[in-house]
Ligand binder design. Structure first.
Ligand SMILES: [Mn+2]
Length: 285
């Protein structure tokens, strides 16, 4: 039997479901994005890039793959955004019941709704940390409540959110913002306390959703709606590490990578971001 090409190209045995604490759920969905298409190619690009990473993390002096990393079959439901969300929720829920730690790989941001709903049912007092250029607080967009511009409006229906890196929205969303819980990219620049304040607003159990457009376009041009003025690599890592030290991160997703032919470094950044966050979470355990 030939081995499936899984995340991280982990040594044989560590990639089997029975042995794996960590499960990758790819969701190659791009049904509602509005500008650059191709987020459906994101999960495969992340997995391919991840197979070229070193599996030792210098910072934490750890090899998180030894917890076992299983890469699941992709969720391919795409009749409507709503049926896709339900399919993601059902898939993630089956892994949570089996006591796995689930990483959802998008796909556009609407895939996060299903994953958050599954985690919110499995974990009491969950809050969601969102890293994103966009607030995603539209109640409805282009005729769907599950458009990628509505993600955080749907998430706020199930748990409190903290939004970081935001730098683009419309006036209707601005009215819906909770200013205490939203950290604009331009305002956290040069503010030494923002990480502390953002972290303090989270509950003990946290789900993290990372839209890669939170990163600055200089290091992450490969996304559907790139915005200048974003976060940089070490700032994001420092913040994520701080969150994992003070809180229990119970799941996360990385979404909106829209791979292109010219900037493979973006695929690698997303793949490594997944591995870094796993390293932080599991070093603590
Ligand atoms: Mn988003």
């Amino acid at each position: 039997m030939t081995r499936k090409l899984g995340y991280g190209d982990v040594p044989e045995g560590f990639d089997r479901y029975e042995n794996a604490k960590i499960v990758m759920v790819p969701v190659p969905y791009d049904g509602t994005s509005t500008w650059l298409k191709g987020a459906d190619k994101g999960p495969a690009a992340i997995i391919e890039a991840s197979r070229n990473m070193y599996l030792y993390d210098i910072e934490t002096d750890s090899e998180v793959y030894t917890w076992g990393i299983f890469t699941d079959e992709a969720v391919r439901e795409k009749k409507t955004p709503g049926t896709m969300v339900d399919a993601v929720k059902a898939r993630v829920a089956t892994h949570l019941v089996s006591n796995k730690f689930v990483v959802t790989l998008g796909g556009e941001h609407s895939v996060s709704i299903g994953s958050v709903r599954a985690h919110a049912e499995a974990y009491r007092n969950l809050s969601v940390l969102q890293l994103d250029a966009h607030a995603d607080l539209q109640q409805e967009f282009n005729g769907s409540r599950y458009n990628h511009a509505c993600v955080m409006a749907r998430v706020r229906e199930v748990c409190p959110v903290v939004q970081v890196g935001i730098r683009s929205m419309d006036s209707g969303e601005m009215a819906a913002v909770d200013p205490e819980r939203l950290f604009f990219a331009e305002r956290i620049r040069g503010d030494p306390d923002w990480m502390e304040r953002a972290a303090s607003l989270l509950t003990d159990r946290v789900y993290v959703t990372i839209d890669v457009d939170a990163f600055d376009i200089s290091i992450m041009p490969a996304t559907g709606t790139p915005e200048p003025g974003g976060l940089l690599w070490y700032d994001v890592l420092e913040f994520l590490r701080r969150i994992t030290e003070d809180r229990q991160v119970v799941g996360f997703d990385v979404v909106e990578l829209c791979p292109n032919r010219y900037s493979k470094h973006c695929d690698f950044l997303a793949a490594k971001l997944v591995y870094k966050l796993l390293s932080y979470i599991f070093t603590k355990r």
